[in-house]
Design a protein around this ligand. Structure first.
Ligand code: SAM
Ligand code: SF4
Length: 464
């Protein structure tokens, strides 16, 4: 069967090599983006051509402003839960690749999933992404069972209110099976949009060696009824500027074909992993370039959520957060079964790669508060059916800030009441008061204050 190739590599290369830094032009593009308009490939290439220090500072300022306009100061928190690391593929960069004999293979049983989710809920997590290797064992039916098990766990006042998935691309019937369990985002990273590099890192005799099967993975998800899609590229396999153009091409393709762009974009950088010592990575993306990558993506796809994971160190997260990130994971453990063990040591034979930020959820929440962000555990949109084109319509009416900030505050208040340490609680309460002060005195504010009071008295899961 032939699959569509919507990545025009020749055009991307021509745009990247044909454009020079031009302050007049990039300022026009900032203005377009600050009006919340998505950028095309030519405009994206102009922002990628910025090389001067002054140009980069202007770019970072524009990205910060756009983030503030659309998202305010909320950061949504989640945790990844690795279900199993069996894998039939041999991706050169991954600690789960099948040829790696030293990797300790494990798949969580139902009881173990319950233990893990209990530990996650007891820490205060509300949103999870379930992560799987690729194996015949991890069939759509198996993934659906895992989702059902996760939603069934209620430890104390805890509940997981949104389960996202990062797993292999499926066929349309497979996506339908999983969708039926009420998942949020289905996330597939293309790894690299540059075909020769894709071929280099993914052996041709593996399932993942098929570039177009993967590229069409989210088209099939949409056809299977999932309209909440996450794209991503593993930064470091090829030139990061090409990958940004690939991600923007992917976003434009989804919008054009289905009327809905991706819900999230991820840009993980390759990290050390078991068995990776010999791997040559000539395209490593340096920190300054990484900042530009995030800022350009922020401006190119204004309404898309941007995810920065705990692969990055606290220092990098601190800087990059301000440039347009809207979601991070916190309290992350990648060892399979690692949440219920609660050990802070990383063991690379038991995990996919090494993470840079090992802080617990409470510490991360406190750090966000100190930086002036609202840690949010909100799941309202997805539970109110605002996904896909309904979310876009809503976002384009400028309603994100009106609803999301109050809902972020309500979920933060719950977290503070049930799980936070004393110092996080104090910092959080102070931030909630500060945010309330910014709101005009009207019935809407009264409604929010009333819901906050009810939360402090013990009610849970309230939203506006
Ligand atoms: N096995 C499925 C797949 O490949 O699509 C599920 C995803 S895999 C468990 C999650 C993602 O981790 C991959 O898509 C890849 O981008 C990323 N990853 C793999 N090795 C990595 C490494 N060494 N450093 C950082 N990210 C890595
Ligand atoms: Fe398997 Fe995914 Fe790792 Fe590739 S990236 S080896 S498919 S787990």
């Amino acid at each position: 069967m032939a699959f569509e190739d919507f990545i025009d590599a020749q055009k991307i290369e021509a745009l990247l090599s044909g454009v020079k830094e031009d302050a007049g032009r990039y300022r026009e593009i900032f203005a377009k983006s600050l009006e919340k308009n998505p950028l095309n490939l030519e405009e994206t290439a102009c922002l990628l051509a910025i090389r001067s220090e002054e140009g980069r500072q202007e770019l970072f300022d524009a990205a910060r402003r756009l983030k503030q306009i659309i998202y305010g100061n909320r950061i949504v928190l989640f945790a990844p839960l690795y279900i199993g690391n069996l894998c039939i593929n041999d991706c050169a960069y991954c600690g789960f690749k099948k040829s790696l004999k030293s990797t300790i293979r494990k798949t969580l049983s139902k009881e173990e999933i319950i233990q893990e989710v209990t530990a996650l809920e007891d820490e205060g997590q509300k949103r999870l992404i379930l992560v799987f290797g690729e194996s015949p064992l991890y069939s759509p039916g198996f993934i659906a069972d895992c989702v059902r098990t996760v939603y069934s766990v209620h430890s104390g006042k805890g509940a997981i209110r949104r389960v996202n998935i990062n797993a292999a691309p499926l066929d349309v019937a497979g996506y339908k099976t999983i969708k039926a369990e009420g998942i949020g985002t289905y996330q597939i990273f293309q790894e690299t949009y540059h075909r020769p590099s894709y071929q280099k890192y993914h052996p041709a005799n593996t399932v993942k060696g098929d570039f177009l099967w993967r590229l069409g993975g989210l088209d099939r998800a949409f056809e299977g009824g999932i309209d909440d899609l996450g794209i991503g590229a593993l930064i470091g396999l090829y030139d990061w500027r090409f990958e940004v153009m690939g991600l923007v091409s992917h976003a434009l393709h989804l919008k054009e074909k289905f009327g809905v762009g991706p819900h999230t974009i991820s840009f993980p950088r390759i990290q050390p992993a078991n068995g990776l010592e010999e791997l040559e990575l000539p395209y490593k993306c340096q920190d300054e370039d990484f900042k530009q990558l995030v800022a350009v993506l922020r401006l190119a796809v204004p309404y898309t959520g941007m995810i920065m994971t705990a692969r990055e160190s606290p220092e990098i997260r601190n800087e990059v957060m301000h440039l347009g990130v809207s979601q991070i994971d916190a309290g992350t453990h990648l060892e399979i079964g690692g949440y219920s063990e609660n050990s802070s040591a990383q063991n690379l034979e038991r995990e996919q790669f090494q993470i840079g930020d090992t802080r617990g959820l409470d510490e991360a929440a406190k750090w966000l508060l100190e930086e002036g962000f609202i840690p949010s555990f909100c799941t309202s949109c997805y539970r109110a059916g605002r996904t896909g084109d309904r979310f876009m319509e809503w976002a384009e009416k400028g309603l994100i800030n009106r609803f999301c900030t109050p809902n972020a505050l309500l979920t933060l208040a719950e977290y503070l009441q049930d799980y936070a340490s004393l110092s996080t609680k104090e910092a959080g309460r102070a931030l909630i008061e500060k945010e309330l002060e910014k709101m005009p005195e009207d019935a809407w504010k009264e409604n929010i204050k009333n819901k906050l009071r009810r939360i402090y008295q013990g009610e849970r899961d309230l939203r506006v």
